[in-house]
Design a protein around this ligand. Structure first.
Ligand code: AMP
Ligand code: MN
Ligand code: MN
Ligand code: MN
Length: 278
């Protein structure tokens, strides 16, 4: 049985390790097939692929796309995409440009809460000139003593209703799934247990996603309880989708599961990799 880890981040988005170091860490911890899925970014894929080849493990080109669905931000993983695809690259570049404008507004919003210069502060934590995220604000707020840890930084400042939160229009579900499929990839809804939506809305999301050609749901994720593994396995079966799994690794000590620590998929689901040839 091969160990698959199909969700993680590098310094090309909001992770702490370079793409090559991410892959080497995964290989050293027993992962057989890894997907790098930086937020709205493809720039780490070439480096990661080379490191995977050197380490003798399988590599899947991926990305985690930000989407606005009915006023809720959701994340859609693209797996086995062609990282060179022009429409996908152009789409994600526009998303990253929008991220910078959003970050400036987050800075202004924090200034109103008397936290000055947070945009500049967050910029100092950015590891790729191409992408800024709330994670960079969180790291800055922690180091400035405004929050204890990541969880605290998000719940005090960076989520809906809090001083550093700004609404943002990400691409639509149809755009994201369209870009992924256009680049030859498979679309997977990431960590469904994280969205603050009703069960009925989650079903509506899954239904719409499947109608657009989406193929999978992330079942095993550090964002889920083991009861949710079973609930999402049932959802996957009910909608004829495939199941995925990933650590959502961002860096040592920042994730509930490190590489190699991910529980197996529940029995009775069709894995997203079932039709892949190595
Ligand atoms: P962004 O894409 O800029 O909105 O940032 C989202 C990222 O923030 C996610 O990918 C996570 O890495 C991180 N994040 C979101 N919520 C939390 C949380 N409650 N605790 C820790 N990290 C979080
Ligand atoms: Mn992240
Ligand atoms: Mn995510
Ligand atoms: Mn992620």
């Amino acid at each position: 049985m091969l160990r698959y880890d199909l969700h993680c981040h590098s310094t090309r988005s909001d992770g702490l390790l370079s793409p090559a170091d991410v892959v080497r860490r995964a290989a050293g911890r027993g992962v057989d097939v890894i997907a790098l899925t930086d937020h709205d970014e493809l720039a780490g894929l070439a480096e990661a692929r080379e490191a995977a080849r050197d380490a003798g493990i399988g590599f899947v080109e991926g990305s985690e796309l930000s989407v606005t669905w009915r006023d809720t931000t959701i994340h859609v993983l693209g797996l086995r995409i062609d990282g060179q695809n022009a429409a996908l690259n152009d789409g994600l570049q526009a998303v990253r440009t929008g991220r910078d404008a959003r970050a400036r507004r987050i800075g202004e919003s924090l200034a109103e809460a008397r936290i000055a210069d947070a945009y500049e502060g967050a910029r100092a934590y950015v590891t790729s000139e191409r992408l800024i995220s709330r994670t960079h604000f969180a790291r800055h707020l922690i180091d400035q003593g405004h929050a204890r840890d990541m969880k605290d930084a998000f719940s005090r400042f960076l989520t809906a209703g809090k001083p550093g939160y700004v609404r943002h229009a990400w691409p639509t579900l149809a755009q994201a799934v369209g870009w992924i499929r256009g680049a030859g990839g498979q679309a997977v809804i990431a960590h469904p247990g994280r969205y603050r939506i009703t069960d009925a809305d989650l079903r509506a999301l899954v239904h719409e996603f499947r109608d657009l050609g989406g193929e999978g749901l992330e079942v095993v994720s550090p964002s889920h309880t083991s009861a949710q593994y079973d609930a999402f396995a049932a959802l996957v079966r009910a909608y004829g989708l495939k199941a995925s799994c990933g650590t959502d690794f961002h860096g040592p000590g920042e994730s509930r599961f490190d590489f190699g620590e991910l529980p197996a998929l529940p029995a009775g689901v069709d894995p997203i990799w079932s039709a892949w040839q190595r």
